[in-house]
Write a protein that binds this ligand. Structure first.
Ligand SMILES: *Cc1c(COP(=O)(O)O)cnc(C)c1O
Length: 391
């Protein structure tokens, strides 16, 4: 089905689906073959060439969701990120990256780029001027992440896209936290959109995958490296991911609503110090978030008041699990200092504003009353006697 003039949930459900001509089944047939007879010499189908029927079908859906001409699906978010970056960077080049980055991307840059002869700069802040300040003569790529992990900062999509165009650079975004439901960076002029499909696209904490979407021309360049690096996704998982994305629109919109509810509740709570959520009018970038996002997402972070032990609080939660990863239909919390940002130095954490007591909350689709009841019982269990609470 063509995606033209189709709304989000129709794209999620139908675009790119494969037709079962033989049995007229309701879902896309799954083609597990790793070997295909030659149709002609030019068409060589092979899973690592990203061109099996299921891979091609799902790529169309993801391209449509991101308002892009084309997309590729990868074996993980990091396979998507590393392939996209290395397709546009070579020895002698320089890249400007946003300071607040997903831990894995930060590690990729810090641990690997030197041996490829690629130099890099992290921005000091998140304004467009902060990005411009780091551009050098040999800069080729600007890389951003908004909303960012774990403090949900917002970067100006249009501003960064225009800056990149002014200097002839390629702009890339990790759009994982927003998902295509809440943010379509290509509409604001960003060149390349990357996802860890392990998160909202998968949505059930049972798929590891990634995706990149852009113009046909950019995707050709990414493909020519991707087939050599070999980070494609096996067809069974492609098929599962197609099934997951069918409900992404309704899942993520429910998570948006729940996260807003939880942010309001936490923001008014006497035991909570700070809440980081772009949907709150008190968020410093609320207006910017409103201008470039259709929903504020399902992620938020908060800090308990001084005297609380954040790890005891997380252990006291019963319904909300303390766990790695995010974006599943189940609510989870984690401590960035102990997990995603454990490898950063204290100095780097201070620079990013990540405190020991910070708790990242991935809000699921449970009833908000049940989430609140769980948080209340956990707070009651761990509330320090000495804390005098004022409302
Ligand atoms: C999880 C995540 C990644 C990495 O994705 P994997 O699928 O784990 O490789 C990249 N960026 C963000 C923002 C993520 O949350």
């Amino acid at each position: 089905m063509d995606s033209k003039n189709k709304g989000l949930n129709t794209i999620c459900t139908h675009v790119g689906e494969l037709v079962d001509d033989t049995y007229k089944g309701a879902t896309s047939p799954l083609y597990m073959s790793t070997s295909y007879a030659f149709e002609d010499v030019d068409v060589k189908r092979y899973p690592r060439y990203f061109n099996t029927p299921n891979q091609q079908g799902l790529s169309k859906k993801i391209a449509a969701l991101e308002h892009a001409e084309a997309a590729l699906i990868f074996g993980s978010g990091m396979a998507a990120i590393s392939t996209a970056l290395l397709a546009f960077l070579r020895v002698g080049d320089h890249i400007v990256l946003q300071r607040t980055l997903y831990g894995g991307t930060y590690n990729l840059v810090q641990e690997e780029f030197k041996k490829f002869g690629i130099s890099y700069s992290f921005t000091d802040g998140l304004t467009v001027a902060d990005f411009e300040a780091k551009i050098r003569e040999n800069t080729k790529v600007i890389y951003i992440e908004t909303p960012s992990n774990p403090l949900l900062t917002i970067t100006d999509l249009k501003g960064v896209a225009q800056l990149a165009k002014k200097h002839g650079l390629v702009s890339m975004i990790d759009n994982t936290f927003a998902s295509p439901v809440n943010q379509n960076p290509i509409d604001f002029g960003i060149d390349i959109v990357i996802h860890s499909a392990t998160k909202y696209m998968g949505g059930h904490s049972d798929i590891l995958a990634g995706a990149v979407a852009s113009t046909e021309e950019n995707m050709k360049r990414i493909f020519s490296l991707a087939k050599n690096l070999g980070g494609s996704l096996s067809d069974y998982t492609v098929w599962l991911l197609e099934r997951s994305i069918k409900t992404m629109g309704i899942r993520v919109r429910a998570q948006n609503e729940n996260a807003m509810h939880m942010a309001d509740y936490l923001n008014k709570h006497k035991d909570i110090d700070k809440v980081y959520f772009p949907g709150l009018v008190t968020h410093p970038d609320h207006e910017l978030a409103k201008a470039q996002m259709k929903g504020f997402g399902g992620m938020l972070s908060f800090e308990l008041k001084a005297g609380f032990d954040a790890s005891k609080f997380q252990k006291a939660l019963q319904l909300i699990k303390s766990s790695m990863s995010l974006a599943g239909v189940e609510s989870t919390v984690l401590s960035p200092v102990q997990t995603s940002h454990a490898l950063l130095s204290q100095e780097e954490r201070d620079l990013q504003g990540i405190t020991d007591g910070l708790i990242r909350f991935s809000v699921g689709i449970e009833e908000p009353e049940d989430l609140i009841a769980d948080i209340e019982q956990a707070l009651n269990k761990v509330r320090p006697k000495a804390v005098v609470t004022t409302h």
